[in-house]
Design a protein around this ligand. Structure first.
Ligand SMILES: C[S@@+](CC[C@H](N)C(=O)[O-])C[C@H]1O[C@@H](n2cnc3c(N)ncnc32)[C@H](O)[C@@H]1O
Length: 202
């Protein structure tokens, strides 16, 4: 039986974070306010295809489920096997694709999807080398439908660190529009989101 329990979510998250800190990249899942902000870019009407990258234990997935219309298709690409098992057990309504976001186009094609109406990322970008950041963002821009949003978050206290500035530069090269939201203070740690549209090479 699938039972969503915040305690079980937290234990799974922390177990994975301790086992593979270089993959998880955070000590706790995003809070509800940040999850709702990330989900807010997804279409709330029609039959959109929405893709998450790095859903972790599924807090942003739950925010998306609250927002998406009944006809939506909701997929999530997750690398960590422990997270995948947890998601399949606790969020049976989510289409979990086990794999690397670097292979996004192929993973989606194998699931019969060739475009996304929104892509929502929880990936730990600052742990990735710049080449990996560029590779994943290129995949994202290939899959996004025209005008569709891509969003991701960053912790506010590191926004001026070189690694974060470098990632923001990657986004600004890839997208004609990059909006930085105000800080969500009700998150541990406080974080903001990047909301990106209109890939430069589209
Ligand atoms: C910081 S957690 C974010 C989890 C959740 N979205 C949240 O906001 O709480 C990052 C997640 O990205 C996953 N991840 C890391 N690298 C990945 C990759 N290359 N492809 C897919 N998932 C990846 C990790 O396993 C982890 O579940």
């Amino acid at each position: 039986m699938s039972v969503v329990s915040p305690v079980r979510d937290l234990v799974t998250f922390m177990t994975s974070a301790l086992r593979a800190p270089a993959v998880i990249g955070a000590v706790a899942p995003s809070g509800r306010a940040l999850s709702d902000l990330l989900a807010s870019v997804a279409p709330a009407e029609g039959a959109p295809v929405v893709v998450e990258l790095g859903p972790g234990t599924g807090v942003v997935s739950a925010a998306l489920r609250r927002r998406l219309p009944p006809g939506a298709r909701h997929l999530a690409v997750e690398l960590d096997p422990g997270m995948v098992t947890h998601l399949r057990r606790t969020r049976p309504w989510l289409e979990v694709l086990q794999g690397d976001a670097a292979d996004l186009q192929k993973l989606l094609a194998d699931a019969g999807v060739d475009r996304a109406d929104a892509i929502i990322s929880g990936l730990p970008w600052t742990l990735f080398p710049e080449s990996a950041q560029r590779g994943i963002i290129e995949q994202v821009t290939k899959v996004l439908a025209p005008g569709a949003p891509f969003t991701t978050f960053a912790y506010s206290h590191v926004r001026s660190f070189p690694t974060q500035r470098r990632f923001r530069g990657v986004l600004e090269e890839a997208f004609a529009e990059v909006v930085v939201t105000p800080t969500v203070w009700r998150n541990l740690p406080p974080a903001m989101a990047y909301q990106c549209r209109h890939p430069e090479d589209a």
